[in-house]
Design a protein around this ligand. Structure first.
Ligand SMILES: N[C@@H](CCC(=O)N[C@@H](CS)C(=O)NCC(=O)O)C(=O)O
Length: 224
């Protein structure tokens, strides 16, 4: 049995933890817990993550929630100087992009994908989809400019900063990104990494097996 346990079905933000674990080549056990009463809101799960949300990891006796805290913790634990930056400034730049991703673009991409791709066609709300796209215009300009000058967010090498931002906006690969051509190139580069492909395969499988009722629930509880 591995010391690291990752909880959360791969369709959820658990995808981020799965990607970093695969990127690092570390052993882990995956518990594909479902959202809500079917999993993350049960008393047993709430005892691990009182937020009742996914993902959470248990690493030995260390419990950690928040997907991007998880990716940075694992990268720092296993890969300083490679996936995790070695200097204070580059580390701070990683925090900057990670916090930017959750505050500026996480919800917008999620809501767009629900109302453009994941909900049954008849239930997609054009107004919500367009509102989400509007919220993304300004931050996507910032990201597009950042990846226009260099292959990755911190320079020439892929780091957990790229993993975090690319994982957060991974569903944007299905968007019309013609106004953000550099994002398209950079995101494709990140998502084509072998570890990303493996994690994306788990995510696509979970997506395809998700009953419409669960997607409706996600759409009801999500907010911009
Ligand atoms: N900021 C948290 C958000 C976690 C989150 O909202 N997870 C979703 C799944 S992707 C969830 O568990 N939703 C179900 C609910 O809120 O009941 C993170 O990044 O880990």
């Amino acid at each position: 049995m591995s010391d690291l346990r990752i909880y959360g079905i791969a369709r959820t933000r658990a995808f981020r933890a799965l990607w970093v674990a695969k990127e690092l080549g570390i052993d882990y056990e995956h518990f594909p817990v479902e959202i809500g009463d079917a999993g993350a809101r049960t008393p047993e799960f709430l005892a691990i993550n009182p937020n009742g949300r996914l993902p959470v990891i248990v690493d030995g006796d260390f419990v950690l929630f928040e997907s991007l805290a998880i990716t940075m913790y694992l990268a720092k634990k296993h890969s300083v100087g490679k996936l995790y930056p070695a200097t204070l400034e580059r580390e701070a730049r990683t925090w900057q992009w990670s916090l930017w991703a959750v505050t500026e673009v996480d919800r917008g991409v999620n809501i767009w994908s629900l109302h453009a791709v994941r909900l049954p066609e008849a239930e997609r709300d054009k107004a919500r989809r367009e509102e989400a796209l509007k919220v993304l215009v300004a931050p996507f300009k910032v990201l597009d400019a950042a990846v226009s000058k260099q292959p990755y967010l911190l320079g020439n090498d892929f780091t957990v900063a790229d993993l975090n931002v690319a994982a957060v906006i991974s569903r944007a690969i299905e968007m019309d990104l013609s106004a953000s051509p550099n994002i398209k190139v950079w995101l494709t580069r990140c998502l084509e990494r072998p570890a990303a492909r493996e994690a994306l395969a788990l995510k696509s499988k979970a997506d395809s097996e998700t009953p419409a009722e669960i997607t409706r629930r996600i759409a009801r509880t999500n907010r911009l």
